[in-house]
Ligand binder design. Structure first.
Ligand code: CP
Ligand code: NVA
Length: 302
């Protein structure tokens, strides 16, 4: 039976740890193109109805380096943009392709693609989740901190798709996660209910309270793709939650700063922080490639 990767909860803790081992292997072996024939004669559609730099390029390179063929299908250039249904699209693409990587708006849409597409479907971001990002984020944390136990992750800003996946993967891995956000922009009841161990979660409206003992300080854009109409209102509310030099000066020297990127410099983070000594954002982005390879290997080689 095929496996999909639609949400972080599709993988068990053991499977996630195995994916980290494999991502480490792919990183070490990058120059030697390990498993270069894994996806030979397999073709992958990257069906993206939102823009992407990292997810698209890391998947395309991962597929190419594993011997497969990526085909980029922008939402605008396919009949999806003219109302062709998910079912028809998925059933037809099943006749040409062996995998689908989907970036779209509603989570239900990726679930529906997985229902009709006969090979694995990978969620490349929806309005409510970004599981591939979370995998690379915890892989980066493990790489930088050399452990996953006894860590404190502080997420500051908008509790969005990236944050939801960070929370749910923290729950699977048993890692403490703290959220600082403005009133009215906190964790959804749906995500809260999905946590198996809610005691791992702490929340506050104070932007500073979780900084001094944080091992990881993470932020993301205040305005996610598709929310452009809320920009004026959100920019004002989120200003006190900017990760700037004053805030980061209260952190431990060994705390790392993470951001899934793209960053909006001067909004959720300042140049001084993202280019500063705590930042690991480019390593984090690089690790997307090795984690995509690990995901593909898992789904296609078992
Ligand atoms: N972090 C991330 O998913 O980046 P892209 O939108 O560039 O893919
Ligand atoms: N929260 C952001 C993540 C981009 C990778 C968005 O959805 O736009």
């Amino acid at each position: 039976m095929k496996r999909d990767f639609l949400d972080v909860t599709d993988f068990s803790k053991e499977e996630i740890l195995r994916l980290f081992d494999r991502a480490k292997y792919f990183k070490q072996e990058r120059g030697r193109l390990a498993r270069a024939n894994l996806l030979t004669n397999k073709h992958f559609g990257l069906l993206f109805t939102k823009p992407s730099t990292r997810t698209r390029v890391s998947f395309e390179v991962a597929i190419l380096e594993l011997g497969g063929t990526p085909i980029y299908l922008s939402g605008q250039s396919t009949q999806v943009s003219r109302g062709e249904t998910v079912k028809d699209t998925a059933c037809v693409l099943s006749r040409y392709l062996h995998g689908l990587v989907v970036r779209t708006f509603h989570q239900e849409e990726v679930t529906e693609y997985a229902e009709w597409f006969i090979y694995p479907v990978i969620n490349a971001l929806t309005d409510s989740s970004h599981p591939c990002q979370a995998l690379a984020d915890y892989f980066t944390i493990l790489e930088k901190k050399k452990r996953l136990e006894d860590l404190r992750i502080t997420y500051i800003g908008d509790v969005n798709n990236v944050c939801n996946s960070l929370i749910l993967m923290a729950d699977i891995l048993g890692i403490s996660i703290r959220l600082s956000h403005p009133p009215g922009y906190g964790i959804s009841e749906t995500v809260k209910k999905r946590m198996k161990n809610p005691s791992l979660l702490s929340t506050s409206h104070d932007p500073e309270v979780f900084i001094p003992d944080a091992d990881v300080i993470y932020t993301d854009t205040w305005i996610s793709m598709g929310e452009e109409d809320k920009a004026a209102q959100k920019l004002a509310v989120f200003q006190p939650y900017q990760v700037n030099e004053s805030l980061i000066s209260k952190a431990k020297p060994e705390a790392i700063f993470m951001h899934c990127l793209p960053a909006h410099r001067g909004q959720e983070v300042t140049d001084g922080v993202i280019d500063g000594q705590h930042s690991v954002v480019y390593d984090q982005a690089e690790n997307r490639l090795y984690c995509q390879k690990a995901i593909l290997e898992f789904l296609y080689a078992g």
